[in-house]
Design a protein around this ligand. Structure first.
Ligand SMILES: [Zn+2]
Length: 70
């Protein structure tokens, strides 16, 4: 699997692979970077990785406590 991350402009739906046309959605993965945790999508057909601009905020939730009381 290649590690290059393809940036995608997310609009209403991200279901069809822009690289190969696979139309049944994506696998998902989480990747930690310096100050953010990215939510990435992997095409099951061509295995390319896509970034639609979503991040996961682990600083607010923290490991082991995904739903803290406010
Ligand atoms: Zn694909």
């Amino acid at each position: 699997m290649e590690d290059k991350i393809h940036k995608v402009q997310f609009e209403n739906e991200f279901r069809v692979c822009p690289e190969c046309g696979y139309a049944d959605g994506f696998h998902t993965m989480i990747k930690k970077e310096t100050d953010t945790v990215k939510w990435l999508f992997i095409c099951p057909a061509c295995h390319k990785i896509f970034d639609i601009g979503y991040t996961v905020d682990l600083l607010k939730t923290g490991p082991g406590n995904p739903y803290p009381e406010k």
